[in-house]
Ligand binder design. Structure first.
Ligand code: SF4
Length: 987
């Protein structure tokens, strides 16, 4: 019998709003004007009260023992060092007008005043003597390191002219914006769609494409939002407590649950800090996680520990029966019988044999999950889903456990993320682009969740296209991606990339190969609106330039943010407004009109006006909460930087559709309800499956369940899809239900007798964040090496001890690193953090000297490269006296250069896990050595490409129309014979 959770929240199901309807109801808001004083702990409730934020007094520690008062303005903003978007308070010295420190913002609903080490370290980034303060233009060959200062006007005019030419000459697909960490919601979508280009590219297929795909096939929504705080059992397939997605907001709630008695299981071949806090550490062989999860599911199924009623009502079991078992009477009982037969082979003994997880552990964890029932929270994001071929089957199998336990949208369960997120609309939204860019969305990958970013250099090498203007922003493809030397080759080639503008606060390996380096602000120097599913609530955050706000509070008007930032450092919001204006100065392209003020017709919109309109018109409850304090909505957000719209919007799929909304709607044979009216601005609008391209004559608004019209899920069936008709119809019928795929690192692929091992190169550490923390002296003092983790048995076999050097041989080359021997590693598996190994090509510039080694790169024959470290990190002279006191020498080792691209043929996710040989370093090997043959990497690309099953799918589409796609084009662009690269005039 199903065991129900012991705790409930006070929120009712019926007053929850529905994002699936494209907007929220107005009732039930609980505006928050009180700090988030933690309920279960004490000691974190002492923050400066907001009424003293204009003049906060502290004693100057440096003046001790004198009691000298310092007066500060406190301005809230939002951290930009990871995707958690925690709140920060900037303390601005009123005498010097410098930021003194950054601490947590208690008014932020996600972080509640707490931060990790990277939040306060933002001050290092602001004061970094190595940062770029002025726009720079290349004055020699690309990559030669010759630069000259250039004015913003000159840079803007040059770039705008090239974009205008591309647009007017029908070369829309030659304009590309490639972003690493967006850190905002919707702004760039508006910009790129205003230009009519399909030019967005992202880092996502080296990150979360696999995780998203597994969730999207289930529910049409690609992210989970676990309600950790109320969970009874938590299953994490990753290191969420120390470095996961929404790390600090999640970590504090996981620990709260643990303090209330919840149990935690962690799956990871590495004993992470997270695993060390868990009740169960499961360390399956890489590539076998799905088997473990399906074994857990099988225990629930065979022992009737699943929520039958939830599965009956909310999964498309009937479609599964009709398509795959037409010979059997389609009753739910017959389905359950087939379910039991289908998964019967996933026994605890199989998991023990294939994965190395004890059979008894499978039985115990399954019992705990069954006991937790609807209060079972689970999450995966990168980890295994970004590790191997078929990684997307991991989240699919994990969410199967949520479905079986009915823990979808429940207190303590796991929500679709859109219920815990709110994206405000901007004014004057542009039409969707009517072009499709095959450089990012190629025919071979019709189901890829995001752009095939890592394949761009291979596509350019093959002559599939070229770029006139290529922007990189918070993105360092040479360093971050696999196969970096191929990126370097292509970035240097002016025939393939006409102009490369790097929008970045700091130098990086890739910015060195740009034409323009345009300095953009750090977190406290820019505007962004954002909202993330940090917990079971909906909130909107406002990142703002704190010096600008402080100056304005003191009566000094600031026209542009760069007037308040250091040097000529700007912010993207204003940059894109100005660039768009210059692309279409006379308004003939229809672009300029979208950048005219909603309040001053014909005049250029200001950043204040942009957010004023958004906060007044598109954040429910905010204008009222602001008015209660005598503020406008914008003033409120400038004062607090975050607003909680509502708490605990649960079970929205269960909402009954009001009769008025059913007017004119018709119900399809499968129960899906279709409304005749298009609603272009609604999030998660589901075009009807098979809807003819160009048609928006209808949208799915719900599904009839037991005779009642309900919201359902944005999938073709309106339900959670145990059976994916999409996979079935698009060439993958064998993967249509949750299943396991043998991968490139499956145990059967590893010849241990030949010294082969699996390398996990993609784990994070808590104190660094990709390539964005190389500019923090505090963080690099804490963490500056990435040794290879080895189990003692492997170290003994290889003949090395901690500190010895090894050569790690990959398919395309090798790298040399030191080893760290630990029993916290599964035997046969090695691990190396991806955060370290930064480098530069010139002594005094080109990258942060807090964190980078000086290297020499040699091309020994066509496509064959060697990189050697000349020296590591060391003291240097700068305006910061600390730079002369650097005591560490290590910069780590850049392992990503030695990996080929390995894109999953369905999700498009790069499979980071590598089959390697680890051998003792030879006499000529030196620490940090890299050797790569890019000819081999191109052959690896072709091998993985051959695994794909290209479009078209049904109706000659290049992609299923219902699947999520960032920057989704107009439906007409989905037809395989539709316009590619040419822009039709927007209506
Ligand atoms: S978890 Fe740390 S780095 Fe990430 S947003 Fe919060 S404070 Fe910043």
């Amino acid at each position: 019998m199903q065991t129900k959770p012991k705790r409930n929240t006070t929120n009712s199901t019926n007053d929850s709003p529905s994002l699936l309807r494209g907007g929220g109801r107005e009732e039930g808001f609980r505006p928050v004007t009180e700090p988030f004083v933690p309920e279960r702990t004490s000691g974190l409730s002492s923050y400066p009260p907001p009424e003293q934020w204009d003049d906060w007094t502290e004693l100057d520690a440096r003046a001790w023992p004198e009691r000298v008062e310092k007066h500060y303005q406190i301005v809230p903003t939002i951290c930009f060092n990871c995707e958690s978007a925690c709140g920060l308070l900037a303390y601005i010295d009123k005498e010097t007008m410098k930021i003194r420190k950054l601490e947590g913002n208690p008014f932020h609903p996600g972080s509640r005043g707490r931060n990790c080490a990277k939040g306060p370290a933002t001050i290092n980034q602001v004061n970094d003597p190595e940062r770029i303060l002025y726009p720079m233009k290349r004055s020699g060959p690309r990559g030669s390191g010759q630069w000259e200062r250039v004015s913003w006007d000159a840079a803007l005019d040059d770039i705008a002219g090239r974009i205008r030419a591309a647009l007017t000459e029908g070369r829309q697909n030659e304009v590309m914006y490639h972003v690493g960490r967006p850190g905002e919601d919707g702004y760039m979508e508006r910009v790129l769609q205003s230009w009519g280009v399909d030019g967005h590219n992202s880092h996502t297929n080296i990150c979360s494409s696999g995780g998203r795909t597994g969730y999207a096939f289930w529910m049409g929504i690609d992210r989970p939002s676990p309600d950790y705080a109320n969970a009874r059992f938590i299953l994490l397939v990753s290191a969420h407590l120390e470095s996961g997605h929404y790390f600090n907001p999640h970590a504090q709630r996981i620990i709260e649950a643990k303090m209330e008695g919840a149990k935690i299981a962690v799956m990871d071949p590495r004993l992470s800090n997270t695993a060390s806090m868990a009740n169960y550490w499961l360390a399956p062989a890489p590539g076998t996680d799905t088997i473990v999860l399906l074994a857990l599911a099988n225990q629930l199924i065979q022992h009737d520990l699943f929520d039958r009623e939830f599965v009956r009502r909310w999964t498309n079991w009937d479609e599964f029966m009709a398509v795959l078992h037409p010979e059997i009477e389609p009753t739910f009982e017959n389905y359950v019988q087939i379910l039991k037969e289908t998964y019967a082979g996933f026994t605890p003994e199989l998991a023990a044999a294939e994965c190395g997880v004890a059979a008894q552990t499978i039985v115990e964890v399954a019992r705990e999950i069954g006991k937790a029932g609807s209060a079972f929270a689970a999450h995966t994001w990168r980890a295994a889903s970004a590790g191997h071929l078929g990684g997307w089957t991991v989240p699919r199998a994990l969410f199967f456990l949520n479905v079986l336990t009915g823990s979808v949208g429940t207190p303590g369960g796991t929500m679709p993320n859109v219920w815990n997120k709110w994206v405000p609309r901007p004014f004057a939204e542009p039409a969707k682009q009517k072009v499709w860019n095959e450089l990012t969305w190629p025919k071979e990958y019709p189901l890829t969740h995001h752009e095939m970013s890592i394949l761009l250099p291979h596509f350019l090498k093959e002559g599939r296209g070229k770029l006139a203007v290529y922007f990189t922003r918070v993105y360092n493809p040479i360093w971050t991606n696999p196969d970096g030397f191929t990126w370097m080759d292509v970035l240097k080639d002016e025939d393939k990339i006409g102009i490369h503008a790097a929008l970045t606060p700091t130098w990086s390996e890739s910015a060195w190969f740009a034409d323009y380096v345009l300095p953009m602000g750090h977190g406290p120097e820019r505007h962004d609106s954002l909202s993330y599913e940090t917990h079971n609530a909906q909130w909107v955050g406002f990142r703002q330039p704190v010096m600008r706000v402080a100056m304005e509070r003191m009566g000094q008007p600031v026209a542009l943010t760069r007037d308040a930032n250091p040097g000529e450092v700007w912010e993207e919001n204003e940059f894109w407004i100005e660039l768009s204006w210059r692309i279409d100065p006379d308004g003939s392209l229809g672009i300029r009109a979208l950048y005219e003020s909603p309040y001053r017709p014909g005049e250029k919109v200001t950043v204040d006006e942009y957010y004023q309109w958004m906060f007044e018109n598109s954040v429910p409850g905010l204008p009222e909460a602001a008015a209660a304090e005598g503020l406008t909505a914008l003033e409120y957000m400038r004062r607090y930087s975050a607003f909680e719209i509502r708490k605990a919007p649960e079970r929205q799929f269960n909402d009954t559709i009001p009769a008025a909304e059913m007017d004119g709607a018709n119900t399809q044979p499968n129960g899906v309800i279709v409304s005749p009216s298009p609603r272009p601005h609604a999030p998660n609008v589901v075009p009807m499956p098979g809807m003819p391209p160009g048609s928006m004559e209808g949208r799915a608004v719900g599904v009839v369940v037991d005779g009642v019209p309900q919201r359902g899920f944005p999938t073709p069936s309106g339900k959670l899809e145990f059976f994916s008709r999409t996979l079935y119809d698009w060439g993958w019928p064998e993967l249509a239900i949750p299943c396991h795929i043998d991968s490139q690192v499956a145990p059967s692929e590893i010849d241990a007798s030949n010294g082969e091992m699996v390398l996990l190169p993609n784990y994070r550490i808590p104190t660094l964040i990709h390539t964005r923390s190389g500019n923090s002296k505090w963080l690099n003092e804490i963490s500056h090496s990435n040794p290879l983790w080895l189990h003692p048995s492997d170290a003994k076999r290889i003949g090395v001890d901690t500190g010895d050097m090894v050569r790690i041989e990959t398919e395309i080359g090798h790298f040399v690193d030191r080893v760290w021997i630990t029993e916290g590693m599964r035997p046969g598996v090695a691990a190396c953090s991806h955060h370290l190994g930064r480098w530069r090509l010139q002594e005094g510039e080109g990258n942060e000297r807090w964190s980078s080694a000086l290297v020499d790169i040699q091309q020994t024959e066509p496509g064959v490269y060697k990189m050697q470290q000349i020296h590591g990190v060391g003291p240097f002279e700068s305006d910061d006296p600390d730079s002369s006191k650097i005591w560490w020498q290590d910069a780590g080792v850049h392992q990503n250069l030695t990996f080929p691209v390995q894109p999953d043929p369905i999700s498009g996710a790069h499979a980071w896990h590598q089959k390697v040989r680890v051998v003792k370093a030879g006499p000529t090997d030196r620490y940090g050595d890299i050797a790569v043959d890019t000819n081999k990497s191109h052959a690896a690309y072709q091998r993985w490409l051959a695994m794909t099953r290209p479009a078209p799918g049904p109706n000659n589409l290049r992609r299923p129309m219902w699947l999520l796609r960032p920057y989704k084009p107009d439906p007409s662009a989905f037809a395989l014979d539709g316009p590619v690269g040419r822009r039709e005039r927007q209506p």
